[in-house]
Design a protein around this ligand. Sequence first.
Ligand SMILES: [Zn+2]
Length: 168
Amino acid sequence: MIQCCICGKKVENDNVQGLKYKRKNYCYECFCNEFNPVEVDKHFAYLKFQDIFNRVPTSAEWTQMTKLVNEHKWEWNKIELILEYVYLIEQREIDEEYGAIGILPFYEAKARKFYDTLDEVYNTLDNVEEPQKVTVYATNYTHKKPVELKSIDQLIDWEEEDDEDWQE
Ligand SMILES: [Zn+2]
């Protein structure tokens, strides 16, 4: 248990009810109220990574995540959802070529489809009294032709570009 530094409530340190951030303890509500939504989502994406891989992101991985947000206009929440989709729903291993984060854009469409279906299921359940446990299976995973991966890859430049250098 940890004690929230703002309201004093004691909560589980499970990254759901309570969490640590910058060496302080917060309950979920106070954490969300205290920081701006982007910072909150960013930290939850970080925690999601940690939950999945049992380690913090390497600086290269964190750089890639930040690039997805800054250069590809992803929201942190989207990174969190796609991480969840790739590693918890599809239970993929880390891709040797693209790495834990580099592979995420390839799953964007599939993840969206999955979460859309999930939403539909939840909406249907609204009309059901006392729904029991619901299991949603990811659609059969089939490897797409590599040519498709290549064409997407061209849109993503993971290498640090020294934009200034070549002008000098
Ligand atoms: Zn609190």
